[in-house]
Ligand binder design. Structure first.
Ligand code: AVJ
Length: 327
């Protein structure tokens, strides 16, 4: 590495920390108070999310695994409709457990492609990279660590071939519906006619099943939310007493919005990087949205952002769907 690229990376890190500080202080000075769930994923957060994916209540991963394991050829046929070489860009790749099935299948078919996983966590990308280097040594892989659109831009610079974009796991659910719409419109501007998006939607279903997935008995989801306070303590020199906050989860079956909050159990003052933030007793911090969709709502999202729905593949329970869109 040249000295120049090293300096750039340090600057990018400083920038990320400065952005984190700005977003946290802005969010906690807002009414109602809120924090962004994209900040859940530090090293501990990555591990907690892997534990969530392994919980019996968190059906999402099992459902999408069912699709990637048992309907691999259907997924691959959408991508291999033309035999032109392509770049496979994955937004929010995480540890890539599901995508690995598709990657292996594509390699077995001798498809010519480069895999470009994008994630906000450099930690989970290195986990992914090590795993794929060992399991699929013949795979071409370029890891991109950062925010979706910044890294999409990088990917677009690096790629001159047709693009297939994976956005799995119901990551889209973390966006409010209007945000999801502008996100999909933005995504489409990076694509050319004929490019493909595969997007994972968690479907509306028995509301109790959804609530249970985000309100597990073992308290892992609670720990996942509370860990952001610990991260703020460490990285922003703050003094949250984590025990003085409690996780609270809601699901509204009419709108499909599943939301998590932290409740302040006392009146308390928290110091963040020299600034004091007041919490009333019972005051909430809004933490995360995990939006659920009907199949029809997913199609409306496609239509309103200039995509054509070409296929959708469901798990055996019809709880989750991976939808294929054509740009
Ligand atoms: C990674 C955004 C898909 O919203 O279901 C899991 C994160 N939060 N349990 C989701 C999450 C609480 C997850 N996504």
């Amino acid at each position: 590495k040249t000295e120049k690229t090293l300096i750039k990376e340090v600057a990018a890190q400083d920038n990320a920390l400065e952005q984190f500080r700005f977003d946290v202080l802005k969010g906690l000075n807002n009414t109602p108070k809120k924090l962004q769930s994209k900040y859940f994923y530090d090293k501990t957060g990555d591990t907690l999310f892997q534990q969530i994916m392994a919980m019996p209540e968190y059906y999402l991963t099992n459902c999408e695994m069912d699709i990637f394991q048992n309907k691999t050829s259907e997924l691959a046929n959408i991508i291999l409709e033309t035999d032109e070489a392509f770049d496979l860009i994955e937004l929010g790749a995480g540890d890539g457990t599901k995508s690995a099935f598709l990657l292996k299948y594509l390699l077995d078919q001798k498809a010519d492609f480069t895999y470009m996983p994008i994630d906000i966590s450099a930690n989970i990308l290195s986990v992914l990279n090590n795993k794929l280097k060992a399991d699929l040594p013949e795979l071409n892989i370029i890891c991109l660590d950062g925010e979706y659109f910044k890294m999409l831009e990088k990917a677009a610079e690096l790629s001159s071939r047709r693009k297939v974009v994976l956005f799995l796991g119901s990551n889209i659910g973390n966006m409010e519906k209007e945000e999801a719409l502008s996100f999909c419109r933005g995504l489409n501007t990076y694509l050319s006619p004929g490019d493909i998006v595969l997007m994972g939607f968690d479907l509306k279903k028995n509301p109790q099943i959804i609530l249970d997935a985000y309100n597990d008995k073992a308290g892992i989801t609670a720990a996942f939310n509370l860990n952001l306070l610990t991260r703020i303590n460490r990285e922003l020199n703050a003094d949250f007493v984590v025990e003085k906050f409690e996780h609270y989860q809601t699901y509204d079956p009419l709108s499909g919005a599943c939301r998590s909050y932290l409740i302040s159990l006392d009146h308390q003052l928290v110091n963040i990087d020299g600034q004091s933030v007041n919490f009333e007793k019972d005051e909430l911090i809004y933490m995360e949205l995990s939006q659920k969709y009907s199949l029809q709502e997913s199609e409306e999202l496609a239509n309103n952002s200039g995509f054509e729905t070409i296929n959708h593949i469901m798990d055996s329970k019809s709880w989750f769907t991976d939808v294929a869109w054509l740009s």
